[in-house]
Design a protein. Structure first.
Length: 565
């Protein structure tokens, strides 16, 4: 095989199956080599991690081939749709790093055109008005192993169907009394082809068209035709719609319109997360979470509030890949991507979550020194900052043991330990609460010639601790988040409610933690690494008088270690 041929084969193998299809289409001159995708969310809830995957796939594939991507809201069900959802969806997409320029569309933009398409199918004898009840229609559908039965209204004349459909639009019939159905095949193996519904009567106020319409197209009728109207060349959607594709193609063929092509890929299934909007709405409405943007939620808003960088989410979607079959992605891959990104970009600061007071007995009272500490060792351009150092400090309670074992390199009686960017301390004594027996205060001495960067003491301290100066520390609230469910697939257990796996310990609130004074002016959304404690983000509910920090992710995958025990 020639080197050129080998290179071509290697390049082909590195493409995902959608890219292979697109490159074949471009090679064959299909649509003039044009690539045009779309992201079509329903404005009935907030976007989640699955939508992040769909957004990334649609926008990045179009960008790769010099194409375009439309944002089109599938607003065909006014009962569940709100302008709030529309605005939040647009904000989420832009935050992820994508833009649709002036190509913002709505299925409701095409209501008149879709109506005319329906009339065209009626005229061709391919659609009819059925006034059977919903229960009767469902019974006539049959089962996957038994053919359905034709409706007694199936053979109405074209003229009668046109009249009834026009009267449906005019509002002459009550909700649910009539529907428009496609006339396909009640014995088809694919249940979606058994005379599917095209229109239903629904007198609900629409967020864009108001009360102009009382009939609304069903998703399967609106979706493919909207793609066709916009000239979408590659309609990329999740695998759950694979059985809808024959109907998608049937409508386009019978209407003789632009032949958009539907291509399905595996949806984003992430362990310990659910992506059912109905179930997410249950969590919100019943108060299990604080809202759609609760940092435990798998929504893009929740991940943003928790401190996940948009670049990390995009990288995660790319690492998860584009597959033809459903699979379960380990949530630790997402957390790895977040850590990896924040390791490069987040300034290092000191915060003590569970404070224990340390008094340096030989340090002058009232004296304050300013210690120089690097902001991020991964990026020297981020510079340094100064931290006040005084006689009284806070350290973490877990960094002290009154009877430490061998190879314990933190603070304990008779042991030396370095404070990050400051001095080496020698632990001399400690004070305990006489009632509880808990250690409340540790007494140390410091080596004056051991200052970091100027150390001439010759003492080798094996451990290094983070700390904050008591008189300068800022009191903050800290919210520690864990996974929302205790089972990797909470909604996959037959006969069990997914809420049986709700993690009631998924949020722990620390009312009094302390951070260094450099964070006094921290703004909502800012991200930091608290040395040795994890990555944290300033919560949107923070105020000038009270900072709230959300733990974005731990420094290491501690969950995996716990699960393996």
């Amino acid at each position: 095989m020639s080197e050129i041929k080998k290179t071509e084969e290697n390049n082909k193998e590195s493409l995902n199956f959608i890219e292979q299809i697109i490159e074949e289409d471009i090679k064959n001159g299909k649509h003039g080599g044009r690539v045009h995708t779309r992201f079509p969310p329903e404005p009935n809830g907030y976007l989640h991690i699955g939508h992040a995957k769909a957004i990334t796939v649609n926008f990045e594939i179009a960008q790769k081939y010099g194409g375009l991507t439309n944002l089109r809201f599938d607003d065909t069900n006014p009962t569940t749709e709100e302008t709030e959802y529309v605005e939040n969806i647009k904000h989420d997409i832009r935050w992820l790093g994508f833009d649709w320029d002036d190509r913002e569309y709505y299925a409701s933009d095409y209501f008149e055109q879709l109506y005319e398409y329906a009339v065209k199918l009626i005229r061709k004898g391919l659609a009819y008005v059925d006034d059977a009840s919903p229960e009767e229609i469902a019974a006539m559908k049959g089962t996957p192993t038994e053919p359905g039965k034709e409706s007694p209204h199936r053979n109405r004349t074209v003229e009668e169907n046109l009249d009834l459909f026009q009267r449906m639009r005019a509002g002459e019939f009550p909700d649910g009394s009539h529907v428009l159905r496609a006339k396909i095949d009640m014995a088809a193996n694919n249940m979606h082809l058994r005379d599917p519904l095209m229109y239903r009567i629904k007198r609900d106020h629409h967020h864009r068209t108001g009360d102009q319409w009382c009939i609304y197209p069903m998703y399967d009728f609106a979706h493919g035709q909207s793609d066709s109207i916009e000239g979408i060349t590659h309609s990329l959607c999740s695998l759950e719609f694979i059985h809808h594709r024959p109907l998608y193609d049937w409508f386009i063929e019978k209407l003789e319109i632009f032949p958009s092509r539907q291509i399905e890929f595996a949806r984003m299934n992430v362990a310990y997360m659910i992506t059912s909007k109905r179930r997410l709405l249950k969590l919100v409405k019943e108060g299990f979470v604080s809202g759609w943007d609760d940092p435990r939620m798998p929504t893009i808003s929740g991940m943003r509030r928790r401190g996940y960088p948009p670049s990390a989410i995009r990288i995660f979607c790319n690492k998860a890949g584009v597959a033809r079959r459903e699979n379960l992605i380990d949530v630790s891959l997402l957390e790895f991507c977040v850590r990896d990104e924040l390791n490069q970009t987040a300034p290092r600061v000191m915060g003590v979550l569970d404070p224990l007071k340390v008094i340096i007995t030989n340090y002058p009272e009232g004296k304050v020194e300013y210690m120089e500490v690097e902001n991020n060792p991964e990026d020297e351009s981020m510079g340094v900052r100064t931290m006040p150092f005084s006689r009284e400090l806070y350290i973490e309670k877990e960094d002290f043991m009154e009877d430490p074992p061998k190879k314990y390199f933190r603070m304990g009686p008779g042991q030396d330990v370095r404070l990050k960017g400051a001095y080496i301390l020698h632990c001399d004594d400690f004070v305990k609460d006489p009632q509880t027996g808990a250690v409340t205060e540790v007494h140390c001495t410091y080596y004056p010639d051991s200052r970091s960067g100027e150390d001439t003491s010759g003492i080798k301290a094996k451990g290094t601790l983070h700390w904050v100066s008591v008189p300068h520390a800022i009191e903050v609230n800290v919210q520690l988040y864990d996974r929302l469910f205790t089972d990797p697939q909470p909604d996959s257990h037959e006969g069990k409610d997914f809420m049986e796996f709700f993690n009631h310990d998924s949020l722990k609130v620390i009312e009094k933690a302390y951070v260094e004074p450099s964070l006094a002016d921290a703004k909502p959304g800012q991200q930091f690494q608290f040395l040795r404690m994890g990555y944290f983000c300033v919560d949107t509910d923070s105020s000038a008088g009270k900072l709230i920090f959300n733990r974005t992710v731990t420094l290491k995958d501690t969950w995996a270690k716990l699960q393996s025990k």
